[in-house]
Design a protein around this ligand. Structure first.
Ligand SMILES: *Cc1c(COP(=O)(O)O)cnc(C)c1O
Length: 401
């Protein structure tokens, strides 16, 4: 009998009951705006910022409207503007180059390795072109952060980390987002906490924190923040910083607080699922496992494997055959971007020259979401389906040659 998977790849866990209760309380009192508080009340958004700062060990945290907004704010706070270039990953999601474009700057793409991390040799060659790197830990893959930070520090390049897929992850025990000068996170439904939309920016730098708070639209209410620097840090900034409105609201914050408290548990659940899938895919002929570094603490909310040097028709065949058995795979090698799978050469507002080594890897990247609603049994079943279809197509190809 041919096995089939009947679950959903886009169904997340429900919001925890504590979040639903807290959200209803906010709806009942009606004070959704973060600065709309009753006498003596501390808003949900302010508490969320304190709690997230403590979770990642940051001095300052600002909650905002989205992960993309957090990245744009980080670049603005660093003074990036029109005419500047910002280094970033060739393999990332569209909001990353979008954040750079939003401040009028131009992305310069850095290649990707078979580990699906930024190519540090390529980065080294390009460091003299800029003073800021927007580093995307795309799909949760963390590069050798020790080497990257040493290189960037030596070149005077400041690092902003895009941790949309690494909230809860770490390199060498240091939380992702705490290596660079600013860390940015997303609370969008497909990331590690879910408020529909939302984001965080964290830093230990009081000037950058104060500037980000003003930029996010705090008006002169910045003293209501409890994860922001003291009022002195705002002394001049409050007159010179434009309000580029993008605040978090109390409804989303109420939904997020119990999820932030639960993050470590959820990450462990993701990893059980990830490693079950990885074990099931290991030693499949023609399929290349993306090995994880020893210093990396992962959050396996998605899994990737490579069909390296496969002809495009064969990759498409694998994807179609898996789909027919209920397994939804995404391919980053398709000539036309589909859903979330665009890559550097799809963003035609950015000048780029073909990157041969990266193109070979991107042509083989197959991606799958791992929602927490999958059971471990589901993961084993999905791995068996992928394994059998990859093997079948691989054997056909070998026979034809
Ligand atoms: C989702 C995502 C973002 C942006 O997050 P939003 O909250 O949707 O703006 C940034 N980078 C990566 C890699 C992402 O996947």
């Amino acid at each position: 009998m041919t096995e089939r998977f009947t679950g959903s790849f886009t169904q997340q866990d429900p919001i925890p009951e504590a979040g639903i209760d807290a959200a209803l309380a906010v709806l009942r009192h009606g004070r959704l705006h973060r600065y709309n508080t009753a006498p003596g009340e501390v808003s949900e958004t302010t508490l969320l910022e304190q709690e997230f700062a403590a979770t990642v060990g940051a001095k300052y945290c600002l909650a905002v409207a989205s992960g993309g907004y957090a990245m744009g704010t980080a670049l603005r706070a660093l003074g990036v503007g029109p005419g500047d270039t910002v280094l970033s990953n060739a393999f990332t999601l569209a909001p990353v180059p979008g954040a750079i474009a939003s401040v009028g700057a131009t992305p310069v793409f850095v290649g990707v390795t078979e580990a699906l991390t930024i190519d540090l040799d390529d980065l080294e060659e390009k460091l003299d072109q800029t003073r800021v790197l927007l580093l995307s830990h795309m799909r949760g893959h963390i590069c050798d952060m020790d080497r990257l930070m040493a290189m960037c520090d030596a070149a005077g390049v400041q690092v902003v980390e895009d941790c949309a897929h690494t909230m809860g992850a770490a390199w060498n025990g240091v939380p992702s987002g705490r290596h660079g000068v600013i860390g940015c996170y997303s609370c969008q439904t497909y990331k590690h906490v879910n408020s529909g939309e939302g984001g965080f920016l964290v830093t230990d730098d009081p000037h950058l924190a104060a500037k980000s708070v003003m930029l996010s639209g705090s008006y002169m209410l910045f003293e209501r923040h409890l994860a922001a620097p003291p009022p002195e840090a705002f002394a001049d900034l409050k007159y010179t910083t434009p309000n580029i409105s993008g605040r978090m609201d109390n409804l989303r914050a109420a939904i997020l607080r119990p999820q932030v408290a639960d993050l470590a548990t959820q990450c462990a659940r993701w990893n059980e699922r990830y490693y079950a899938l990885e074990a099931g895919l290991r030693d499949t002929p023609g399929l290349h496992i993306v090995e994880r570094a020893e210093k990396e603490t992962i959050v396996g909310s998605s899994i990737q494997f490579l069909l390296l040097d496969w002809a495009a028709e064969r990759v498409i065949e694998v994807i179609d055959r898996c789909k027919a058995r209920g397994v939804e795979l995404k391919w980053f090698g398709a000539p036309e971007p589909v859903a979330f799978t665009s890559r550097y050469d799809s963003w035609r507002y950015v000048p780029s020259t073909p990157m041969v080594t990266s193109d070979r890897i991107l042509a083989g990247v197959v991606d799958m979401r791992v929602p927490l609603t999958f059971s471990l049994g589901d993961c084993a079943l999905i791995a068996r389906i992928i394994r059998s279809e990859v093997s079948a197509v691989y054997q056909l190809t070998a026979a034809a040659e």
